[in-house]
Design a protein around this ligand. Structure first.
Ligand SMILES: [Zn+2]
Ligand SMILES: [Zn+2]
Length: 102
């Protein structure tokens, strides 16, 4: 039986049976397979709304970046530990993250 192990594009969890989102094409774990669970670009409003100047916007962005860095560090650590560094997956993961801000 063929098994494809991937990292969830949302939380980075290693998933043996990943779900591929038909909206954005990324792979996700069971918990984040639904578009609304991984903040899918497919369900975003097509018109770019101006972000309301709410307080905490920057903090949320920083928190997101921090989570990403921690996840990336953990992923790199795990990959290095198991000696299964998959650069392609890593690049895809980073691209998916960057796409959120472009
Ligand atoms: Zn996940
Ligand atoms: Zn999606």
């Amino acid at each position: 039986m063929e098994e494809s192990v991937r990292n969830c594009s949302y939380c980075g969890a290693q998933t043996v049976t990943p779900y591929r989102c038909s909206g954005c094409g990324s792979y996700f774990c069971r918990q984040h397979r639904l578009p609304e669970q991984h903040d899918c670009v497919a369900i975003r409003k097509p018109t770019r709304e101006k972000p309301s100047p709410r307080r905490g916007g920057l903090a949320r962005l920083l928190a997101k970046v921090a989570v990403f860095l921690v996840a990336l560090g953990a992923a790199l650590y795990l990959l290095d530990m198991f000696g299964v560094v998959d650069l392609q997956d890593l690049v895809e993961y980073i691209q998916g993250f960057v796409a959120e801000f472009t």
